[in-house]
Every structure is written in structure tokens, then in C-alpha cells.
Design a protein around this ligand. Sequence first.
Ligand code: ATP
Length: 237
Amino acid sequence: MSEPILSADGLHITYGHVEAVRNVSLEVHPGTLVTLVGANGAGKTSVLNALSGLQRPRRGTIKFKGNDITRWPAHRLVKAGLVQVPEGREILGTLTVAENLTLGGWHRGNSLRRNVDRMYERFPVLEERKKLQAGALSGGEQQMLAIARALVAEPEVLLLDEPSMGLAPKIVNEVFTVIEQIRHTGTTVVLVEQNAKRALAAADYGYVMETGEVSYSGAGQELLANESIIEAYLGIS
Ligand code: ATP
């Protein structure tokens, strides 16, 4: 099997006295879609933020493409190819769609224009709306913009935090279709989702988190087929 492109070993994350994540280890192999699922507050976002350099772990090691990146800041990781779409999208609502996309590729120099044009081909609705303020877009369009903005950076690994949050079922389907397309173009994807069944169905590999720890891990389909995991850990049947 290939070496992991991204891995975490023994992560501990604390907020003051709150121990949010305990001894979490994971591996992400190139070209795969890996999901982290679990109830609210299980620690999924904390782990994702540690991987992307937004949250410094108290203990543990994170490696990306063979380098120890545990202490690298987020902007350095973006340049290296590790890019996160944050929870809540963090679109800049008073800037236009075009300006938001351009910001995603601040470090891409000559290829920025081409990368933005590719996103217009891929998401025609963004081209139609490119001169509008991003805050005027619907929730689904804003999510597409957040994903497109991250893709402008040409990530090797794309980290997605709750991309389906707050969206209507039809739009959730569209978002998952886009995520699967991204994975099929060879980009590695790490997906944090409340929508566990949907995420596990799309994933090559999954980690189930419960109160700060990984309680189960396995192939997405295997976890999905395990009714006791679905009921006990994910609160759905
Ligand atoms: P959600 O789906 O609700 O985002 P999650 O699984 O992503 O949940 P985290 O957001 O990582 O979980 O939170 C894990 C724990 O850490 C929770 O108990 C949460 O209250 C706590 N926590 C997260 N961020 C902070 C913070 N900035 N300060 C204090 N506690 C925090």
C-alpha cells in the first residue's frame, strides 16, 4: 500500500482545561476520500483544524508528504497543497464572487487566472454570478463558492468541514456529487460530516469519533453496514 499523504499520530487537543481530543491517530492515503464522523462535539472539527494548521495540538505529530508539519502555520500548508474549506464556509460576503475566488489563489501567480476560469467552467452558476456580492448567493451557491475558492489553490489534499450543513436535501446531493468528482480527479479529500451515512457511503475509509477519541475505523462501506455502530455512535438508524 502507498505511504499516507497525510497522517496524525497521538493527537491531543485542549481548550483551556477542556480536553477535546485524546490520542487520535489517522492515515490518509493519496487519492482517497477519508471521512471523520461522530456526534456534535466529538472533536471532528478540532482534528481537522489541527491538520490544516488552524489549531495547534497539545501533543502528537502530523505529517504531510513526509514532512513533520505539526508546527507549520496554515498559510504555509496552503502553499504546500493542504487546503481547508472551513465550517460555515467563511465566504467574504461584501466581496464579489470573482474576488472571493481570486483570494483562494493568492500564491498561485501566473496560474491564478487559469485556475479561476476552470472554476467557472466547473461551476457555471459562479460565472453567472461573478460580479455579485458573495453574500447575495444562496447557501448552496456559497458552499460551491467556498469549495471552488479552495480548488483555486490547487490542493493535493482538500479538507472539508461540514459542507452539507444547513442545506436543503437536493443541494446536499449536489454538494456530495461535487465532492465525489473532486476525489475522482485525483485530489485526496478529508471530509468531516454530521451526515454520517452519506459521508460513509462516499468514503474509502472512515473514522468514527466519540467524545474526543476514535472509537471505530474501517472501510466506509464496512462501517456503514455495521448497524450497531450507526445506532450507538452516530445517533441514527
Ligand atoms: P460539531 O459538529 O458540533 O462542530 P465536532 O465533533 O466538530 O462538533 P469540535 O468542534 O471539535 O467537535 O469540539 C470538540 C469539543 O471541544 C467540544 O466539547 C467543544 O465544546 C469543545 N471546543 C471546541 N472549540 C472550542 C473552543 N474554541 N473553546 C473551548 N472549547 C471548544
